[in-house]
Design a protein around this ligand. Structure first.
Ligand SMILES: *Cc1c(COP(=O)(O)O)cnc(C)c1O
Length: 341
């Protein structure tokens, strides 16, 4: 039994998902003739109560497309210092859009509306870049799966409206926030100009992301997707996995959250653990006591027990629970963590 807690992207498609994929009706999506892709796009748009949606190969590409659509070269976007768009998209913000990031020193990847307001450059001060976009991440990845307070998101919308800024949600793990906080996806659809979601994270698809927005924005997104090389042909085989995931794998995220909380509870009792960050969804970030053993020693001990996790730098370690992390694996993991001490 190999236990992989590196990310919620390590899942394999289930039998049911594979069956949906293998039996999908397909066409050439570059000509917009794939009925399964069209159905997924419609389903995703309806889910958020938005007009339109577009299927992409990755969440990086959906975010990069949204940023391109909301900005002009030379502009600046505002995001938290932990943001995926800043840290983990290969510098695509500058490569693809010629845009810089104004980083906000938020809390666990989340900013306040006051911080956002302060980060806006005065539009008539032509020496500094023109601020044109605010990017939010929910749940926050580097922030340990933290969920935003929806009231704060509404306040930031007001700041965007007052200053003519676009408002983009990197919702790679929005599903986890919706389940953890029992929120309505349509409330998010009503708030943001664009939403990027991943089907390949908690929902267990092998591939796929969707960008959601109004018809005008998604119409323009089609060209950017083409330019970035994201136009795919019989991608209905992949979109079928997405439809299956939306129908079957959202509510069950509560199980991943429960297991993550249980791991956190065990960790916080152990003498070799220095700190466990609050756990709201499926991500556990913690630090070990350097006086007991080094990070490398700890990771090696886990590997000896068939458990793989990942280091995030600066002494932080991460575990992520997911669809393929079974009850049996969970019991084994909790026992190993206790025994290592
Ligand atoms: C995973 C992730 C993405 C997109 O990643 P891809 O691997 O390109 O699909 C975007 N934002 C966040 C917060 C993520 O965790």
């Amino acid at each position: 039994m190999k236990i992989n807690l590196i990310s919620d992207t390590v899942t394999r498609p289930s039998q049911g998902m594979l069956r949906a994929m293998m039996t999908a009706e397909v066409g050439d999506d570059v000509f917009k003739n794939d009925p399964t892709v069209n159905a997924l796009e419609e389903k995703a748009a309806d889910y958020f109560g938005m007009q339109s949606a577009l299927f992409f190969p990755s969440g990086t590409m959906t975010n990069q497309t949204a940023i391109k659509l909301h900005t002009q070269p030379g502009d600046q976007l505002i995001c938290d210092k932990y943001a995926h768009v800043y840290n983990y998209e290969g510098g695509g913000v500058s490569f693809n859009s010629g845009v810089s990031c104004k980083l906000v020193d938020g809390h666990r990847g989340m900013m306040t509306s006051e911080q956002v307001e302060k980060a806006i450059n005065p539009p008539d001060f032509y020496h500094s870049p023109l601020t044109s976009l605010v990017c939010i991440e929910n749940t926050t990845n580097k922030g340990g799966g933290a969920c935003w307070d929806f009231e704060e998101l509404k306040k930031i919308r007001k700041v965007c409206d007052a200053n003519g800024l676009g408002y983009h949600l990197d919702g790679a793990r929005i599903w986890n926030a919706l389940v953890a906080k029992k929120e309505n996806p349509k409330a998010y659809g009503g708030l943001f100009d664009s939403i990027s979601v991943c089907l390949s994270k908690g929902l267990g698809c092998p591939v796929g992301s969707v960008l959601v927005g109004d018809e005008e924005l998604i119409g323009r997104a089609l060209r950017i997707r083409k330019i970035l090389g994201g136009g795919m042909r019989q991608s209905g085989y992949l979109a079928a996995a997405g439809i299956y995931a939306l129908d079957n794998n959202i509510d069950r995220l509560a199980e991943d959250h429960q297991k993550a909380k249980e791991i956190g509870e065990v960790l916080s009792e152990l003498s070799y653990i220095k700190k466990v960050e609050p756990i709201e969804t499926n991500i556990i970030i913690f630090e070990i006591n350097a006086s007991m053993f080094t990070e490398a020693e700890f990771l090696a001990k886990l590997v000896q027990n068939n458990i793989e996790i990942i280091g995030m730098g600066q002494g932080k370690l991460r575990m992520v629970t997911h669809l393929d992390y079974t009850d049996e694996m969970h019991e084994h993991t909790l026992n190993v963590l206790k025994q290592i001490a």
